[in-house]
Ligand binder design. Structure first.
Ligand SMILES: Nc1nc2c(c(=O)[nH]1)N[C@H]1C(S)=C(S)[C@@H](COP(=O)(O)O)O[C@H]1N2
Ligand SMILES: [Mo]
Length: 232
């Protein structure tokens, strides 16, 4: 496939491989529920609920976007298919779960225990998706099956894989990040190099870059172990 000519954001380099990647404590954790998509909707909503009909109820959209991990690798031109988060919010969450008028933040939860948080306004952007397909095939386990968040304007760590829950909140007081607090910028916008909560973003290029290789290795080994355990 033709790669886009898009310029990379500040401090990023182009990777040849779309790695399985993440926070190392999550390398050995995998989703249990792969065949059916069920989202838990909680928080400041009148009607907390589980929702399973998302992909059948909303228009399918496709988009090609680049992916940027905070540790400085980027992978260009990924073709995602799924539904727009804004459609999901307007047509399903608002209609059924009845969120408060002044929701400010969404805590995103995954089947491996991972969680992160983004302002609702950022999630409502045109290019934010709940994706269940990548490059014409169903999402693989490596990349977040059965469904992941795709938010190309935000670093990889906001692009939650194995997504299973949305906690809609007026504020983010109750939110506790998965990793170290300093690592979790409330927005993590790639264009602004919001790599970490404190300090200049560019500084973290040099702190994070040496972590890429060992992290990739750890995630690859974890994947092999998992596949072996499944085939036994
Ligand atoms: N559930 C879950 N989602 C996650 C992570 C994780 O460990 N668990 N890691 C994040 C990070 S740091 C990155 S860079 C991307 C990596 O996505 P990929 O494995 O599809 O390349 O997933 C993000 N979403
Ligand atoms: Mo990342």
């Amino acid at each position: 496939m033709m790669k886009s000519e898009s310029k990379l954001p500040p401090g990023q380099y182009e990777s040849e491989t779309f790695y399985r990647f993440g926070l190392t404590p999550f390398a050995n954790r995998f989703p249990r529920q792969l065949d059916q998509v069920v989202f838990e909707i909680t928080g400041d909503v009148a009607q907390p609920m589980s929702i399973s009909e998302v992909f059948s109820k909303l228009p399918r959209v496709e988009q090609t976007s680049d992916f940027h991990c905070v540790t400085t690798w980027s992978f260009k031109s990924l073709r995602w298919s799924g539904v727009r988060f804004s459609e999901f919010y307007d047509k399903i969450v608002k209609a059924k779960a009845l969120p408060a008028e002044d929701i400010g933040f969404v805590i995103l939860r995954a089947q491996d225990g991972y969680r992160t948080c983004l302002p609702l306004a950022d999630l409502l952007a045109e290019d934010v998706m709940l994706a269940d397909q990548l490059n014409g095939s169903p999402l693989t386990l490596e990349h977040g099956a059965p469904v992941r968040l795709v938010a190309p304007a935000h670093y990889g760590y906001k692009n939650v894989k194995y997504i299973c829950g949305f906690e809609f909140r007026r504020d983010n007081k109750l939110y506790r990040p998965s990793g170290f607090r300093f690592m979790d910028h409330p927005r993590a916008r790639v264009a602004m190099e919001e790599r970490a909560k404190f300090g200049p973003g560019w500084l973290f290029r040099f702190l994070y870059r040496p972590l890429v290789k060992p992290t990739v290795k750890k995630f690859q080994q974890a994947m092999r172990n998992y596949q072996e355990s499944k085939s036994r």
